[in-house]
Design a protein around this ligand. Structure first.
Ligand code: GDP
Ligand code: MG
Length: 214
């Protein structure tokens, strides 16, 4: 396992410096299946794809359904089928990059395989990790899977629209997050209805500015 992680880390550093040289900010999106990663990407592409070069790497275990959902935004998409694998690794990202014209992309999203454990162990060479968790999953996910939440720069708490129908405790969620990663930026969104998306996009723009400033 250590050898695998070391090899992954070396390649991730190669990816990171390649993207740095080409001024492409890569965001690694991690959540359990169904939290709303693709829906968030739909809202994000809707808002930004006419204004800046966006690319997406879609990691999926079997199908290319998420890639199909994003086709309508006319952005370059590379689907990586992990054939059962529970996460993406930096080697597959490196190979996927060969299929992009990096000069025309400023922002590259990776939708990782839906899983809260393995993807958080594998650095892909991203600028930062974005965790997505939904109110339907319960408020205990940060406490149960701290590695993801301690390593992410931001967390999106999605599906706020269904909060009244769940027993999700916002207090418990926020107090666990505060212990695990007090500096993490937290967004509350409904990716279906649009609440909180403006705040997420504003912050994303700030991250891009800071990245481009080096
Ligand atoms: N009610 C509600 N449903 C959502 C929201 N975001 C996503 N969904 C739904 O949750 C399901 C899974 O979303 P998807 O984006 O495919 O999740 P992914 O597996 O993380 O990519 C879909 O049926 C979405 O329409 C939300 O904010 N509110
Ligand atoms: Mg998806």
């Amino acid at each position: 396992m250590k050898n695998i992680l070391d090899r992954n880390q070396n390649k991730a550093e190669e990816v990171r410096s390649l993207l740095r040289r080409r001024n492409v900010m890569m965001v690694n999106i991690i959540s359990s299946p169904g939290a709303g990663k693709t829906t968030l990407l739909e809202r994000t592409c809707e808002a930004l794809s006419a204004r800046m070069g966006i690319g997406v790497i879609e990691g999926d275990v079997t199908t290319d359904r998420d890639a199909q959902r994003l086709k309508k935004y006319n952005i370059p998409i590379v689907a990586i089928n992990t054939e059962g694998g529970c996460h993406l690794d930096s080697h597959s990202i490196y190979r996927a990059l060969e299929n992009f014209d990096l000069d025309s992309i400023r922002l590259l999203f990776v939708e990782n395989v839906g899983n809260l454990i393995c993807p958080s162990q594998f650095d892909l060479g991203e600028a930062f990790k974005l965790a997505v968790v939904s109110t339907a999953e319960g408020d205990d996910k940060p406490a149960k899977y701290p590695m993801l939440f301690s390593g992410a720069r931001a967390v999106i708490l999605n599906k706020t629209d269904i909060l009244p129908y769940t027993n999700f405790s916002m207090d418990a969620f926020l107090s666990d997050m505060n212990v695990i990663n007090p500096r993490i930026k937290i967004f509350m969104t409904s990716a279906v209805h649009g609440e909180g998306i403006r705040e997420w996009l504003e912050w994303l723009g700030q991250q891009l500015e800071a990245y481009n400033a080096g």
